[in-house]
Every structure is written in structure tokens, then in C-alpha cells.
Write a protein that binds this ligand. Structure first.
Ligand code: SF4
Ligand code: SF4
Length: 212
């Protein structure tokens, strides 16, 4: 009898819609704040946001970030600060994509894209350098030959940073509290961070906090 009960359960499942898809040809859409490969952001004027403070390296539980700061050349600065990330490396053989580095960063320099499908054939490719992590002149992540970028993976690369700000004061609702980005300018608040769906942040009255 137990034998037929088992078949009955199996038979019922045949007519239900499939929950699996044929990966990697098809993929589920990724959530807005998906944690993928990092980027190092630049300001609208092209300056790098990283100031080489090493807070991201200090907070990283996997100890996979290596930063060495250096003083900016006053005549040809790399970042908007006194110092910049002269050496910046992330070892993706260790990274667990927890995003603590993103939350720790005081300048919104490090954030994450949605691209997570990258396989390496050697250790050197797995250790991303500053030159590979800094966004290109269009503000989008640079794409490495071993990475599988899908549509939309390189958009909203600072979404996670925005999810953690502002600090919870209701008077900041709808006011962007992050700085402008190369290729994007000052991005509008995400859905849920706006006062209403129809309000534009330019039209909002002045509030208690800074816009930058
Ligand atoms: S996401 Fe987490 S594990 Fe990866 S580099 Fe940042 S802090 Fe380290
Ligand atoms: S990415 Fe942010 S936290 Fe890390 S060194 Fe640069 S400025 Fe500091």
C-alpha cells in the first residue's frame, strides 16, 4: 500500500509547473542588491573615490583585501582626497561577498555589481587589481575575458551602498545622500526610498541633511 502512496505523490508532481530552469542558458533575474564582483567607483569628474584608508581591508572577515595608500600628486591627483589607493587588490578565491567592505567605506568607493559568474584558470586572474576594479570612463565596470556578464549586471552597481543609507531619519526620505558617479551623475533614490512614486528628488523641499 505504501508503494502506491509513493507513486501517487510522484504522479501529482508531474502536472505542476517546473521550478527549475535550464542553467546557464536561462537565468533567474537577480535582485536589485545582489552581491557580485566589486567595482571601485569614480566621481562625476573622473576622480577615484578611494582614499586608501584601508577600512575595507580592516573589516573584511576573509582578509582578502589588500590596500596601500599613497599621497596624491598635488599637480595630478588621482582621488579627491589627500591620499589614494595606490595598491588595491581583492582576492576572489577568498571573498564571501558579505559586503562589509561596502558598508565600511567612508567615500562610497567600493560597491558591487551583479556579475558573479567568473571562473579562473590561474591564481593571478582571481586577484583583481585596482586597474581592473576601477570603473571605465563610461562609469561601467571593466569586463575581463573570463567573466560572464549578463544584461543588467553592470547597472545599479552602488545599490547596496544606497540600501544602507540614509541613517534611518525619516526626514531624509527621498533625499539622495550619496555622491555623484561617473557615467551616472547623482542617481535617483530607489523605489521605496522616494517620498512618493511620482515625486522627483529635485522637486523636494530642503530637508535637514546634506545632499552629498
Ligand atoms: S565582500 Fe566581504 S569578504 Fe568580500 S572583500 Fe568585501 S568584506 Fe571581504
Ligand atoms: S575602498 Fe573605501 S574603505 Fe577601502 S581603502 Fe578605499 S576609501 Fe578606504
Amino acid at each position: 500500500m505504501g508503494f502506491f502512496t509513493g507513486f501517487k505523490v510522484t504522479f501529482k508532481q508531474i502536472f505542476k509547473p517546473r521550478v527549475t530552469i535550464s542553467y546557464p542558458e536561462k537565468k533567474h533575474p537577480k535582485p536589485e542588491r545582489f552581491h557580485g564582483r566589486h567595482v571601485l567607483n569614480r566621481y562625476e569628474d573622473g576622480m577615484e573615490k578611494c582614499i586608501g584608508c584601508e577600512l575595507c581591508a580592516g573589516v573584511c572577515p576573509a582578509k582578502c583585501i589588500y590596500v596601500r595608500g599613497a599621497d596624491n600628486d598635488p599637480n595630478n591627483p588621482t582621488s579627491a582626497g589627500e591620499r589614494f589607493g595606490y595598491v588595491y587588490e581583492i582576492n576572489y578565491l577568498r571573498c564571501i561577498h558579505c559586503d562589509l567592505c561596502v558598508e565600511a567605506c567612508p567615500t562610497e568607493a567600493i560597491t558591487e555589481s551583479k556579475m558573479f559568474e567568473f571562473s579562473f584558470t590561474n591564481r593571478q586572474d582571481a586577484i583583481y587589481t585596482r586597474q581592473e576594479l576601477v570603473v571605465a570612463d563610461d562609469g561601467h565596470p571593466k569586463k575581463m575575458p573570463w567573466e560572464d556578464w549578463r544584461e543588467g549586471d553592470d547597472l545599479h552597481t552602488s545599490a547596496w551602498m544606497r540600501a544602507t543609507s540614509p541613517s534611518g531619519d525619516a526626514s531624509y526620505e527621498g533625499v539622495p545622500s550619496w555622491s555623484g558617479e561617473l557615467g551616472y551623475g547623482v542617481r535617483e533614490p530607489e523605489k521605496g526610498q522616494s517620498v512618493s512614486e511620482t515625486d522627483s528628488f529635485e522637486q523636494l523641499p530642503p530637508k535637514g541633511g546634506s545632499k552629498n
